[in-house]
Design a binder for this molecule. Sequence first.
Ligand SMILES: *Cc1c(COP(=O)(O)O)cnc(C)c1O
Length: 402
Amino acid sequence: MTPGPAPASSVTAARDALVGVYSPEDVLFVEGRGTVLVDEEGTECLDFTSGIGACALGHDAPVVREAVEVGLDAGLVHTSNLFRTEPAETLARILVDAAFDGEGGAFFCNSGAEANEAAFKFARRWARASGGEAKHEIVALRGSFHGRLFASLAATDRPEYRAPFEPLVPGIRFAGVEDEASVDAVVSGERTAAVIAEPVQGEGGIRPLSGGFLSFLRARCDAAGAALIFDEVQCGMGRTGELFAHRASGVEPDILTLAKPLAGGLPMGAAVAAPDVAAAVRPGDHATTFGGGPLVAGVAKAVVRRISDPGFLSAVREKGSRVRAALRRWEEERDAVRAVRGRGLMWGIEIDGDAREVVARAFDAGLLVLTAGAEVVRLLPPLTVGDDELDRGLEILEGVLP
Ligand SMILES: *Cc1c(COP(=O)(O)O)cnc(C)c1O
């Protein structure tokens, strides 16, 4: 078995200077290569977290490196949105073509939470223009995670994240997943501006929503004159083996939010809107200083082109079947494995026990994995992970499961 990573040594004293919102593992990674992270002592860890899905092409991906170099050679890191730059416009064109057959518009920001905040503002703008002043409510789902800013947190179903910071943004209501009656009870033609859903809930435990439920949400939004927002910050951009996770259902949103993998590990988010919604947004309605800067947008352009490649996506689906086969076997053979859920290279293993303990034991054995709630171990390997790496990681994980 791989020896585990070493406790951090070189900058231990500086740790206190960070606000204590995180409790990171005591390891300092100094180098990344594909699916591997290397610590100070040269110990290699297999990374099935890929920066919480952000480094979808792996660490030190040639596509990312080359695009960064092109951007740096041009000397244009940032100009602000006071001026036009090519990478943001080309990237917007690529995303609007992919998501909405060429009609609509993209707004660029710097994170997933910001993408959802933009989506909420655009949805309210659009819904009020067509349906009157009262149309402002956002309906979110139980088990959701949409970010940590005030409106995205208000739409996030995690009491422990919310309680210390209340009051949050008002006008957000919750409905149950796969629970049509509870959706009907809160979606209103008079008041609802938008319904937001993750086609595959990530932080909530890797829970794919059924195609039937997504089409029900689509129909309910159409009837109520509300925008359907798909938050694909975690499940989008090839993670499920389709460019967008909702493609598996055939249900199309009015706004699609993206972030984590969009710029290959550099910070970037996007809210991509269908034509009606995009047309309702006016100059000055929203803005962010860094949004769509030429360096990150140039990288995202390269990343999106790479991930959109049909051969790349079918390789993700094949690797996904490999993971599925192993996990299904565990589900059958091991009493402590209650359920396994996922698609492509996004998987959750629900166990009888504390998922954090499994993550810690895997870490000690040189495999980095995540939790998704208290009882779910989450796998988000880079989409470029090799078959041998997958097999090795799964073998380590099987050895540390309860
Ligand atoms: C991570 C995540 C977010 C928030 O993204 P940040 O970049 O951390 O703000 C929003 N929605 C989903 C589904 C996520 O997984």
